[in-house]
Design a protein around this ligand. Structure first.
Ligand code: PEP
Length: 249
């Protein structure tokens, strides 16, 4: 089963209304491959989701950057999966390393969030990745396997999951993983899915790379056999995001 190339843009905690309108205008004017070739999803901060959803071209979709782990209620400051569904937001990013590390979201908490979001009908970009210290200690695979296991333990259907491998040392640092480094981890992750979930899930689940992807380095990463797309941070705020989408071809 073919895996459609996926390009996500994580705008993080950036933007004013004016800046968001400018980014959307640039995206709307961009010439990119058809939806049969690439799935494009941009993730603005919560407050801009309705604006982006209504002004963005129909072949691009939107994602929230997080959602609460269970039904909404007395959880000040949180946004529930039900609210996203109510606003027809189709996607959510869960387990980004900035949330895991700064806000101390554990593997188990991330697994619970993925399961709850899927159960409400959202599609999930689930992020995993090792720190520099963990890579240097030779524990990259053990770390990402543990993070994936915590998700796999809570879900039975992977159809609406995209797994984003984002080495923490490459996020926002300008230090991109080499194509060989990315391919090695993606290959091992697919093998992990094959052995621990099922060969079907391993063959069909998109594993995308994130970490300092730019127009300059995306092509050599995109041709790696187990790299099914990207989650892009900094460069998703710039016109070069269009060039990154084009690497799907
Ligand atoms: C990210 O935050 O998901 C990310 C990959 O950021 P950047 O592209 O800026 O490294």
């Amino acid at each position: 089963m073919g895996r459609k190339f996926f390009v996500g843009g994580n705008w993080k905690c950036n933007g004013t209304t004016e800046e968001v309108n400018k980014i959307v205008s640039t995206l709307n004017a961009g010439e990119v491959p058809s939806q049969d070739v690439v799935e494009v999803v941009v993730s603005p901060p919560f407050v801009f989701l309705p604006l982006v959803k209504t002004s963005l071209r129909p072949d691009f979709h939107v994602a929230a950057q997080n959602c609460w782990v269970k039904k909404g209620g007395a959880f000040t400051g949180e946004v529930s999966a039900e609210m996203l569904v109510n606003l027809s937001i189709p996607w959510v990013i869960i387990g980004h390393s900035e949330r895991r590390l700064i806000l101390k979201e554990s593997n188990e908490f991330v697994g619970d969030k993925v399961a709850y979001a899927l159960a409400q009908g959202l599609k999930v970009i689930a992020c995993i990745g090792e720190t520099l210290e963990q890579r240097e200690a030779g524990s990259t695979m053990a770390v990402v396997a543990e993070q994936t296991k915590a998700i796999a333990a809570k879900i039975s259907n992977w159809t609406d999951v995209v797994l984003a491998y984002e080495p923490v040392w490459a996020i926002g640092t300008g230090k991109v993983a080499t194509p060989a480094q990315a391919q090695e981890v993606h290959f091992e992750l697919r093998k992990w899915l094959q052995e621990n979930v099922s060969p079907e899930v391993a063959a069909s689940t998109r594993i995308i790379y994130g970490g300092s992807v730019t127009a300059a380095n995306c092509k050599e990463l995109a041709v790696q056999p187990d790299v099914d797309g990207f989650l892009v941070g900094g460069a998703s705020l710039k016109p070069e995001f269009i060039d990154i989408i084009k690497s799907a071809e």
